[in-house]
Design a binder for this molecule. Structure first.
Ligand code: DC
Length: 231
């Protein structure tokens, strides 16, 4: 098969290592990596900063109203040297992984108008191919014609442990129990919402990485990219 730059869609439950895999594939193949969860998280951050959240509850109409004021883009951060999400021209990566944002983001991501705005942006970024995009609806909605679709999963215990290790670096008061609950809640909301729920696309390949190291997982994925004509 000829080698060209394809579109790779990676979907799956929260904290399955989708971004880790997507980043590694992009680095290996010189593709662009887009973390779409960071875009939904940035909208959630905007809502928190602008007092649109009261006791973790949102008013959907109020959020739809402010959407024109929210600009979400990716740009190269000169400090990290990486492509990072920007909320109204500010690099917000350090602020979007907190428990506060995690507890809100699935509600924000269930709003049809929020999805329409972000999906349009995602489709523009992937128009030329050569993209590895991770999220919940990439293979089903954003790029239904992606040449390779992966659906990643891992056991709840392993996902909790991975997220705990990641969060503990910046917040050593967070408990495993809170993380496990948050993952369960988000998975439930993400899979049962009306708008573009998290589903495995019919033509997506299921990859359970519970027992893989990151390197093993990358090698499995690269073989699949090869089969799909992307290497
Ligand atoms: O991948 P993540 O955990 O950073 O994503 C944060 C939330 O955003 C997640 O709970 C679901 C939502 N999301 C979505 O609905 N669609 C996407 N394409 C990406 C994320």
């Amino acid at each position: 098969m000829s080698s060209r730059k394809i579109t790779i869609a990676i979907d799956g439950f929260s904290s399955c290592g989708k971004s880790t895999l997507a980043k590694a594939i992009a680095k290996e193949l010189d593709y662009i990596f887009i973390d779409t969860g960071a875009m939904y998280r940035s909208v959630a951050l905007y809502c928190l900063r602008n007092n649109l959240v009261h006791n973790n509850e949102i008013n959907t109409l109020e959020i739809i109203d402010v959407l024109p004021k929210i600009d979400i883009h990716f740009d190269k951060n000169q400090i990290s040297g990486k492509l990072e999400v920007q909320l109204n021209k500010e690099f917000v990566e350090p602020f979007i992984r907190t428990m506060e944002v995690s507890q809100l983001v699935s509600k924000i991501a269930a709003i049809k108008e929020v999805r329409a705005k972000l999906v349009e942006e995602q489709q523009k970024m992937g128009i030329k191919g050569g993209v590895v995009m991770d999220g919940r609806d990439i293979g089903s909605v954003v790029f239904p014609n992606a040449e390779l679709k992966l659906f990643i999963t891992a056991s709840p215990e392993i996902r909790t442990e991975r997220r705990y290790l990641e969060l503990y670096q910046t917040n050593n008061t967070v408990s495993k129990e809170d993380i496990r609950k948050n993952l369960e809640e988000r998975d439930h909301l993400d899979s049962t919402r009306e708008e573009s729920p998290l589903i495995q696309a019919e033509d997506a390949i299921l990859l359970d990485n519970s027992n893989y190291t990151q390197e093993e997982q990358l090698q499995v994925a690269l073989e699949l990219v090869k089969k799909a004509g992307g290497i």
